[in-house]
Design a protein around this ligand. Sequence first.
Ligand code: PEP
Ligand code: MG
Length: 585
Amino acid sequence: MERLTGIGVSAGAAVGRAVILTQRTEVMRFPIPPDRVDREVQALQVARAESRRQLQGISTRVAHGKGSELAALFDAQILMLDDLMLVGRAEEIIRIERVNADWAVHRAYESLYQMFSVMDDPYLREREHDVADVAGRLRMNLRHGARGPRELLSQIDGPSILIADELTASVAAQLDWSRVQGFATDAGSRTYHTAILARSLNVPAIVGLHDASVRISAGTPVVLDGTTGELAVGPPPDVIEEAQRRAARPKRRSATTVEAGPVSTRDGVRVRLEANVELLEDLDYLDEYGAEGVGLYRSEFMLSGRALEGVTEDEQYSMYRNLIEQVAPRPVTIRTFDLDERQMSRELQQRRRRTRPGLRGLRLGLANPGLLRTQLRALVRASAHGPLRIMFPFVTAVEEVRQARAILTEVEHELGPVASGFSRAAARIKVGAMIEIPSAALAADLLAPDVDFFTIGTNDLIQYCLAVDRTDDRVSDLYEPLHPAMLRLIRLVRKAATRHRIPVSLCGEMASDPALVGLLVGLGLTDFSMTPGAIPIVRQVVHDLSAHEARRLAGRALRLATAAEIEQYLFDALAASAIQRSPSS
Ligand code: PEP
Ligand code: MG
């Protein structure tokens, strides 16, 4: 037995088999029973066949287009699918180590990558990018149809303990904590966000284990003690039994104790939970999770990598209609394309020309009014089939909203009665602005009279407010949702919305974070849109929450000067459990 010591951040004992999650590479490693090995290998072969089909399609399209010389690159990638060192090696790993295919591909890829990266020949060294592409495609196809970590973990027998390099709130929110008994992370310190998360979820947890996710093999039995911060790896039966006795009466939050449906805090404040949707397949689970509508449909996902110019009004119309009909009678909020110049134009894609920074979202739409008009026409036509709200992304100023609304009004006049099929009384489509740029947040009171609703997009708001690129790992530690400026901006927008009597929701990642729900409700927000899989756990947290206490908590948090102080304060408040009643009490 090996004992690892970290910082216990959420008390209690937990026993189970280790499931390893490497968030940095977004790959999960878990053991599979012997009778599943053949199925896993089969899944790998299906993913290979699908990848081949996709690559052949791309190669043919490219060969007939302008950059025909690029077709050879895709042909080389097709050959890599037959390379014994990639898929062959992955199959071997599945059979020998009895692990999931996603992990096996990742491992095989890493060995190949090492080989390519030390080659002297620059041409061969360059091939490492192709290997990365092919492995990424295989893994994407392997996951296709799987609903993320929650579904993956449901394939594991018996209780498990999650060992992760780090655990983000959005992944944590999607796990089934009735199966996962506790978690331990390599990263973290006591005041870290992860610790607050563990307390919100009421699961035993240890942080700061440095390299546990590398040292522990998937499937090894572990005993976690969140009180002492000790993790026993491969313990003898008596240690397991003793820990099982201590873990016998867990105060754990199960995602299923509150039934799907409308939820209120325990002091009666109604909170609406909607889903963020990118793919139509996500809609299959709206009922199961109890989403009250779609609060954000990221319409650019319908392009799946194609340039915008090639997508017709009719194609868009049938896509939006399909979406609206599937969600009705619940409302759908469709966000107009949030693209930059390169994603918009085939020419720019091929020439790899530099694009103008900041020309994105609604700004880009207004710079290309023909494309915006086409989308608005498709949306207005689709609105005849169910309740639709249109939302503009990347709004920076009032005049942008006015111009966009003017185009929408023209389109509505052009189309006339087509749009009134759903409900004549509700013929006017609600139009909202994403508040995701600090200028929009600071001028929210001026924007409010020109829109029907606000949606706060914290993902971009954090990056532009704090000047941190959210996609750049090197500065990710500066990306801080709990920065005092963020709390102030959120409060400002909520106040402007209340004053102008328009609804305001929040749809960034912060909404799917069980650790932050209390604070956000305390800041006066009651509408959230999030990753569908996070809805059950957020509903549970809301159900156990006192809105009154949450407001007091937010009031105090707003007086603190640093994100660290705010984190520490939330952590202590959860420990005292003033705002969140523990599930078993
Ligand atoms: C946001 O910025 O918070 C948001 C929801 O939009 P996206 O993540 O698509 O930029
Ligand atoms: Mg955004």
